[in-house]
Ligand binder design. Structure first.
Ligand code: PMP
Length: 302
């Protein structure tokens, strides 16, 4: 991840990045007890935030799942949107950026609990550099399994859960791959370390459904809508690892990944080894969807 731009939002004001410091004894630091979201802002004269209400809602839902009960009471959508606007405007980005908003449990407490604890919100802007190669990833199925909903729910974007992603991504990198394919305990495909996964078999676009221990990605939802508009048949269902081996196309979606093709999985070449037509069509539509003049109503001009 690139460095944050100089102005950072912390608690209730913009401050220089170095002044936004969480205490070492907070639950956020001790237990990874923070939830977050990352959203794209396209910069082309105007700054356009993508699907801001959905990002707010997912943040609230992550809080609800984890039991962080003060955020929604103190942060309306309007306050959230105004803060993102103030932050982006103050940093005046000249190129596309991501905004990361985090709700930290900042109380120093005698033990592992959450309800009723105080929270601090932070937000910062950084250059929108993709976290995976855009021209063809090589993926490795991970020996680390995805944390199930009954342990740490993937549906909640909770910082501590990202240890699971770090283990799997690092294993993939150490083995010479770009990223992992996370499987659940029974061996079904979940997602990458920080992106959702799509598979094309014949005419059909397939992706694990939201009860498959995945993050309900906002890019995933977007791509499902764009595929329907493109007339592509879509199936949201359980996916086996071996389906990736015989797929015509495999690609990942995510705010920080974009819509990115995988050309190899576990040493098997995907399709003809080139980015496929469905990926290319959806990537083009996604790029257009981020623009201020897109008709879907997904963009908030900041
Ligand atoms: N899965 C995981 C585990 C992620 O961290 C992300 C990135 N937020 C995604 C999927 C993609 O979600 P989104 O499209 O909302 O960025």
């Amino acid at each position: 991840m690139a460095d944050p731009y100089p102005q950072v939002f912390y608690r209730d004001a913009l401050v220089p990045a170095a002044q936004a410091a969480l205490g070492v004894a907070t639950s956020a630091v001790l237990y990874g007890l923070s939830v977050y979201t990352v959203l794209p802002v396209r910069v082309d004269g105007r700054c356009s935030a993508f699907r801001l209400p959905e990002h707010y809602r997912r943040l609230v839902e992550s809080c609800t799942i984890i039991g962080i009960d003060r955020f929604a009471a103190q942060w309306s959508y309007d306050r959230f949107a105004a803060t993102v606007q103030q932050l982006v405007t103050a940093n005046a980005p000249q190129r596309d950026v991501f905004v990361r908003v985090t709700v930290h449990v900042d109380e120093s407490i005698p033990g592992t609990r959450v309800r009723g604890c105080s929270t601090a919100v932070s937000a910062f802007v950084y250059d929108a550099v993709p976290i995976v190669p855009q021209d063809g990833m090589r993926l490795k199925s991970s020996p680390w399994r995805r944390i199930p909903d009954y342990a740490i729910p993937s549906r909640a974007k909770v910082n501590g859960a990202y240890v699971n992603s770090v283990l799997a991504k690092q294993d993939a990198i150490d083995s010479g791959y770009d990223d992992c394919v996370f499987l659940d305990a029974a061996g079904h495909v979940c997602e990458l370390s920080a992106a959702n996964i799509f598979v094309v078999r014949g005419e059909t676009l397939i992706t694990p459904d939201v009860s498959c221990d995945i993050l309900d990605g906002i890019t995933r939802r977007t791509v499902l809508t764009l595929a329907a508009e493109e007339g592509i048949p879509v199936a949201e269902r359980r996916v086996d690892l071996t389906e990736l081996y015989i797929a015509d196309e495999v690609f990942a979606t995510g705010t920080s990944s974009g819509v990115a093709p995988a050309l190899q999985v576990d040493g098997r070449t995907v399709g003809d080894g080139k980015p496929g037509p469905i990926l290319q069509a959806l990537r083009k539509r996604y790029a257009a969807a981020l623009r201020a003049d897109d008709p879907h109503g997904w963009v908030t001009i900041l």
